[in-house]
Design a protein around this ligand. Structure first.
Ligand code: KG4
Ligand code: ZN
Length: 340
């Protein structure tokens, strides 16, 4: 079975072809980062318009790269939510229009399910069950994953998401958008002893997170220097920020493994690309004898491959999940534990 995946929930247009026999056949991505950079964040209307411009050329590219004709597509999976409503509508329209033209079934996929299952696309895929840490620009959740579609929430952020904390703190330090990779790079040059930032909810007796205080602590440090920071001072603050957020994320993952009695941890979402987080998790895994799994670096942030793959797994489990009535809606807010 060949599944076309279409992702357009935020600022990346991603298309991909997943073959249930042969794996990922092709994938193509256009990132709008450069377009949104001058505004310091994603402008929803610009995002939607750019998805309109990019979707069909990317479709042509994935078909060409795979060497397959359009008629080889058996079903089309698109991101139905959560995300920006206008951006989601573009992917949903493209997917449904194409499916109608080809007479093929179509199904809506949950964006976070795509992230969650993306490590299964790697060369060393985890077996079920596992604990998953989903850390993206919009979400921070610890889930218990017993199989495809069997997700139970263990804990989540009460305010900012981890990626949002990275982006907002980076902005306070005058770094570009998205701030995660920039603050991570800068932190490498920081002095670890220069500042200590709070570890929010580190010892709360649950698996929830809170990151908005961390951003406020960064703001306080920036203000202390009258917003006039040299590169080394910025690096020191970046280092303190990264150390704090990584310690909270790693500690909560350990607590989730302990609570569930599991020994497999899966990291997914954009912040899963973070080198300091990966190093700390790898060290903890070696020390505590558990296994940790990541998606391929290119599949950490938003992409079409994870949507095609999640669609394929869903269809293998529920062949009637794909429909041919081509009436569609999008779900900008859609809790992951509500999917069946
Ligand atoms: O999963 P994703 O591409 O989009 C959402 O579904 O939100 O995640 C984007 C987020 C952004 O906040 C970005 O700053 C963060 O992931 N991110 C990183 C890194 N790469 C991306 N954060 C820290 N370190 C990175 N290397
Ligand atoms: Zn995402």
């Amino acid at each position: 079975m060949i599944i076309l995946g279409v992702e357009s929930s935020c600022d990346e247009t991603g298309l991909a072809l997943y073959d249930t026999e042969r794996g990922l056949r092709s994938h193509a991505l256009h990132s709008q980062v450069a377009m949104h950079e001058e505004y310091g964040g994603v402008v929803p209307e610009l995002a939607s318009r750019d998805h309109v411009r990019r979707a069909l050329p990317l479709l042509a590219q994935v078909m060409k790269d795979s060497g397959l004709p359009l008629s080889a597509i058996d079903a089309i999976a698109y991101t139905q939510g959560p995300g920006l409503a206008g951006a989601l509508l573009v992917g949903a329209s493209v997917a449904n229009g194409l499916a109608l033209a080809l007479g093929k079934p179509v199904l809506g996929v949950h964006h976070l399910e795509g992230h969650l299952l993306s490590p299964l696309l790697s060369a060393r895929p985890p077996a079920f069950p596992f604990v998953a840490l989903l850390v993206s620009g919009g979400h921070t959740q610890l889930m218990r994953v017993d199989g495809v579609g069997r997700y139970a929430m263990l804990g989540e952020t009460l305010d900012d998401a981890a990626g949002e904390a990275f982006d907002k703190s980076a902005k306070l330090l005058g770094l570009g958008y998205p701030g995660g990779p920039a603050i991570s790079r800068l932190a490498e040059f920081g002095d670890p002893g220069a500042h200590t930032l709070p570890r929010p909810m580190l010892h709360s007796k649950n698996l929830d997170f809170s990151f908005s205080g961390l951003k406020t602590a960064v703001l306080t440090l920036v203000k202390k220097h009258d917003s006039n920071l040299c590169e080394q001072q910025k690096a020191n603050i970046a280092r303190a920020f990264v150390d704090a957020i990584v310690e909270v994320l790693v500690t909560k993952c350990m607590a989730a493994l302990k609570e569930t009695g599991m020994r497999r941890l899966v990291i997914a979402g954009g912040v899963g690309a973070n080198v300091q987080l990966r190093a700390a998790l790898d060290a903890a895994a070696a020390r505590r004898r558990f296994e940790v799994f990541y998606p391929e670096l290119a599949l950490c942030t938003d992409n079409g491959a994870m949507i095609a793959f999640a669609g394929a797994l869903r269809l293998q489990q529920h062949p009637d999940a794909a429909r041919c009535d081509y009436g569609f809606n999008v779900r900008p807010r859609w809790p992951l534990d509500e999917i069946g």
